[in-house]
Design a protein around this ligand. Structure first.
Ligand SMILES: [Mg+2]
Length: 370
């Protein structure tokens, strides 16, 4: 079998985040942008992947089209792990994180989709088998800024059946408002996206304590300061989470060895695909660090994350961005009901994209390498 063509599909779908955009004190997303990667083979099997993502998609697409995809054309997609290492060695001088690695991640996911389709099995079976038929989702909110909006949105999440919520708030009153919205017994985490020094992070962790956070995510800048993060964690009574900005398994090894985190959050569309995720899963288990993947997307990367979470030895959660898409190439297959998302059982990733939806929301031309 040989890879004959790779296509990049840039899709932009309007979405609603539950409050008027101009009301936001923080991160407002008027659209949810996806980069779908289609890998075709001479055996007639097509695999789908997803490369990170959001506003960096034009750069990822350029890396895919001009550099990453051409390397894969004509290669046998069967030995996924060996191909992954060879690609990493070829690409490493252009950075071990960023658009080149994102493009590679998308292709790696597609190669696993091809392998599972060839085996006639759902992806989770290739990952060791699913221990559960549905996974627990946590509602990952955007940044609303205003306490009254945070409280209202959190109340709505609980009414929909979510038992776990993650905020992206900075202001202490906005964080505390979440608990007013949920009441007791609901897990609330907070993701601050790398704003602080060690001293600032320590002070803010203390300020948030009345909210009883399940974890505090990425309190420190820069994210590769694992020693600094370990100092924050040492003084913290809240569990510390990080990893969506890590560069591969060695960054995680460094974090684990320094005692920097309680919860590892590799991101399948950023870290190097499913192949790199598998290394990090094993390493996290060996260090007794919990793993809750980062999953801020709605395409094949989301499907891959569901299969990964379903196949983990211990029960963990799936991140589900709390936005309503106007439409999705994957329909309602990944929607949460009562806070649970079903594990796809079809071959490969288990759900194929509806190309009519892809066409309707496509941005620009299809990037094609053959
Ligand atoms: Mg995060």
């Amino acid at each position: 079998m040989k890879i004959t063509a790779i296509h990049g599909h840039y899709v932009r779908i309007p979405c609603d985040m539950g409050a008027p955009l101009d009301d936001m004190g923080g991160i407002a997303f008027p659209t949810m942008d996806h980069l779908l990667i289609e890998v075709r083979t001479d055996a007639g099997i097509t695999g789908w992947g997803e490369a990170f993502g959001h506003s960096i998609i034009p750069a990822t697409l350029a890396a895919l089209e001009t550099y990453v995809a051409p390397w894969f054309i004509g290669k046998d997609p069967t030995p996924v792990a060996a191909l992954h290492r060879a690609a990493q060695q070829t690409f490493h001088l252009f950075g071990r994180n960023g658009p080149v690695v994102y493009a590679h991640s998308g292709i790696d996911i597609a190669l696993w989709d091809i392998a599972a389709k060839r085996a006639g099995a759902p992806l989770h079976r290739l990952l060791g088998g699913a221990a559960r038929s549905e996974v627990r989702a946590y509602a990952s909110l955007l940044r609303y800024g205003k306490p009254e909006i945070v409280e209202r949105i959190c109340r709505g999440c609980v009414a929909e059946g979510y038992r776990h919520i993650k905020l992206h708030e900075i202001a202490t009153d906005a964080v505390l408002a979440a608990r007013a919205g949920t009441g007791p017994g609901i897990g609330i985490a907070n993701d601050v996206n790398c704003p602080w020094t060690v001293a600032e992070a320590t002070a803010m962790e203390q300020a948030y304590r009345p909210a009883g956070l399940a974890w505090l995510e990425e309190p420190l800048f820069p994210p590769e300061d694992h020693t600094g993060l370990a100092r924050v964690r040492e003084k913290s009574t809240t569990r510390i989470a990080a990893g969506e900005n890590a560069a591969g398994v060695h960054d995680f090894r460094n974090m684990f060895e320094r005692g920097a985190i309680d919860i590892a959050q590799p991101s399948v569309t950023k870290i190097g695909g499913i192949t790199e995720m598998r290394k990090i899963i094993a390493l996290a288990e060996a260090h007794s660090v919990e793993l809750v993947p980062h999953c801020a997307y709605f395409g094949p990367g989301n499907l891959a994350s569901i299969h990964i979470v379903a196949s983990l030895a211990t029960d963990t959660m799936l991140e589900r961005l709390y936005v309503n898409l106007e439409a999705s190439p994957y329909g309602t297959s990944m929607d949460a009901k009562n806070g649970m998302v079903p594990v796809p059982q079809g071959p490969g990733l288990g759900v194929e994209p509806d190309m009519r939806v892809v066409e309707k929301y496509r941005q620009g031309r299809i990037a094609t390498v053959s």
